[in-house]
Design a protein around this ligand. Sequence first.
Ligand code: NAP
Ligand code: FE
Length: 363
Amino acid sequence: MFYKIPTTVYFENDCVNVHKDVFKEYGKKALIVTGKHSSYLNGSFDDVTKALNSLGITYDVFDQVEENPSVQTIEKAYSLNKDKDIDFVIGLGGGSNIDAAKAIAVMLYFNFEDGYKLYENVISQSSLPVIAIATTCGTGSEVTAASVLTNDKILSKASITYRIYPKVALLDSKYLKTLPINTLKYTSLDALGHLIESYISSKATRFSDMITLEGFRVWSNNVKAFDRYDDLTSEDFDNFLLSSTYGGMAIALCGTNLPHGLSYTLTYNENIPHGKAVGYFLYGLMKYADSKRVNDILSCLGFSDLEKFKDFLVNKFELNKVSGELLNKAVDELIGNKKKLTYCPYEVDKELLEKVAYSLWTD
Ligand code: NAP
Ligand code: FE
C-alpha cells in the first residue's frame, strides 16, 4: 500500500488571512496566477494581496488563464514573467488556474520557452513552490500533483509529465458563494467523479478507501443542497469544498480512469464543462464494476439502487444525449491509452469501453 499527499492543507473560515504567514516561507516575490474575472469578484484576490502587502512580499499578476488552459497560455505567462525573479507561484481560482500555476511554476524553475516540453521526458517533481487557493468545488487540484492542459498537438487535453504538488492549500468555502449554479453543479460532479473513479480503481487501497468513503458521505449533503441553491448555508459551502478536496486526495493516490479518460474528447471537441463530461460515464463505470463496491457508494450517497442514481445524474446534471460520432471518437482515443485503462479494476476491451460510453442511453 502507498500513501503520499505532501500538501499542507488548511481548511477554515478566513483561511488566507489566518494562515498568511505561510507565504513568508516561500520567498519575497510572488506570481499570482488567476483568471480574468472571478477572483476579483469573490474576494479571494483582495484577501491574497492584502496578506502579501502586510508581509512586505511583492507580487506580479498573470490573470489571463482561460477554462481548460492551453499550452500557449502557459508559454505566454512564462515569457511575461521569466525575468522577474519570481520566488513562488500562487494558483488562485478553479482547477484551470491552479493547473496553470503548476505548469508556469515548472517553466519558471527550468527556464524553457517551449511549453510542449512540459510533456516530455522523465517525470520530475521540481518547480518553483506553488500555493493553491481553490474557488471551485471540483478538481481538488490544490492537493494533487496533476496539471491538465489543452494540448493542440494531440487535439485533446492531457496531464503534463511533471508532478507538482502544491506546498500549501488554503481553503475557505466563502469564495464559492459567487459560483453560478451550473459551475457549482458541474464542478461538484467532477469531485464525485474523482471519488467514484478512486473507489472503483485498480489502485484503491485501504488508505484511499478511508478518504473516498468519507468523501461520499460528505458529498451526500450536496444532493439535498442542489435543491436550495438560493438558500445555501455556510455549512453547505463547506461540504461542497470539503468533498472536492477529498476527491483530490483520492485521485492523488488512485489517479482517474474511464470517465475522465473519455471526458477529454467531449471537452476538447464540444467544449462540454469538465465535470459534466465526466458525469456522462460514471454510471457506465459503475454498471460493470464489483457490486459490493457499487453498493458501498450508493449507500454512502443515500441511493437505494444504481438506476435511481442514474436518474439523479441524468436529471440533475442535464446529461442529454451526446452524438454517436463523438462517443466513438472518445472510445477510439481512450482505447489507445493503455495506462489509463489499467487504472480500471476490470478488464476493458473496445467492446466493453463502447458499452461504458453508451450506457446512459442503451438501457
Ligand atoms: P475552471 O475552468 O477553473 O473555472 C470555470 C469557471 O468558473 C471560470 O469561468 C471561472 O472564472 C469561474 N469561477 C471560478 N471560481 C469562481 C467563483 N468562486 N465564483 C464565480 N465563478 C468562478 O473550473 P474547474 O472545474 O475548477 O477546473 C477545470 C479544469 O481542471 C479542467 O481543465 C480540468 O481538466 C482540470 N482538472 C484538474 C485536476 C487536477 O488534479 N489537477 C483534476 C480534475 C480536473 P475565471 O476564469 O474568471 O476565474
Ligand atoms: Fe476531474
